[in-house]
Design a protein around this ligand. Structure first.
Ligand code: ADE
Length: 272
């Protein structure tokens, strides 16, 4: 059984976690550099919760400027076992409308130039990313959303672009035709690093716009993303609060083996 510590990464529009009690702020030093902000460590109900705003308070860091390794390392050092990523996203489907939350279960990584592994410098590991989202964690998020009567869809593919510019029309149509469901700029390499750190990961992708493919909607602009993300933030806080309050103190190992991802993954023999 795993003693659970719930981590929450806040994305655009989510820079704080209302409902977090007994809060202390901790700046955790990481050998990978500085995390986006101090960790806010506290509890919701009986569950220990650690919050980190991905872009830093005041939204200072662009998706390419985030130190994803430092963030995941700091959360690991704080004891996080289960990590929920709150992320604004664009939608490629009519039925995934702004305001809806999508519990994606797959990622496509189109980022480049981001440090995306803890390994490689003298020690090589290849973890599985076949099932990047923890199914039990996802099921708990779904149950919390249902209990709070928050509209969610289960499953979907999130394509992560480098940004910071939004997609061109041709790119948007390409992603749509490839069957991707939503697009964002931050879940990769975050999900990969969480897996390497043996932290179970799940995303709540909060739809803010239809990117630029939709004939009846304007191309996405920051003002629209922020307006919807702000409206989403209160709902997200309610969902996370319920998730945390209902979270078991201990739970079974992850069915996707995310909590033991390094078993058999390190290829460099120990004597090297
Ligand atoms: N985040 C929110 N909306 C987005 C979009 N359309 N493309 C990339 N990232 C986003």
């Amino acid at each position: 059984m795993t003693k659970a510590v719930l981590g929450v990464i806040g994305g655009s529009g989510v820079y704080d976690l209302p409902g977090l009690e007994d809060v202390r702020e901790e700046r955790i030093d990481s050998p990978w550099g500085a995390p986006s902000d101090a960790l806010r460590i506290g509890r919701i109900g009986e569950t220990p919760v650690v919050f980190l705003p991905r872009h830093g308070r005041g939204h200072r860091l662009s998706p390419s400027g985030i130190n994803y390794r430092a963030n995941i390392d700091a959360l690991k050092r704080a004891g996080v076992t289960d990590l929920v990523a709150l992320s604004a996203c664009g939608s490629f489907r009519q039925e995934l409308y702004p305001g809806l939350f999508v519990l994606v279960d797959q990622f496509v990584d189109r980022t480049h130039g981001r440090a995306s592994s803890f390994f490689g410098d003298g020690c090589v590991a290849h973890v599985s990313m076949a099932h990047p989202v923890g199914p039990a964690l996802q099921a708990r998020i779904l149950a919390a959303a249902e209990a709070e009567e928050i509209a969610v869809r289960k499953n979907g593919t999130y394509v992560c672009m480098e940004g910071p510019q939004f997609s061109s029309y041709a790119e948007s149509l390409t992603y749509k035709s490839l069957g991707y469901d939503v697009i964002g700029m931050t879940n990769m390499p975050e999900a990969k690093l969480a897996r390497e750190a043996e932290i179970t990961y799940a995303t709540i992708a909060m739809v803010t716009d239809f990117d630029c493919w939709h004939p009846e909607h304007d191309a996405v602009e920051v003002s629209a993303v922020i307006a919807v993300a702000r409206a989403n933030a209160a709902k997200a806080a309610r969902l996370v609060s319920r998730l945390a309050r209902d979270f078991p103190a201990e739970h079974e190992p992850c069915p996707a083996r995310s909590d033991r991802a390094l078993e058999g993954a390190i290829i460099t023999p120990p004597e090297h």
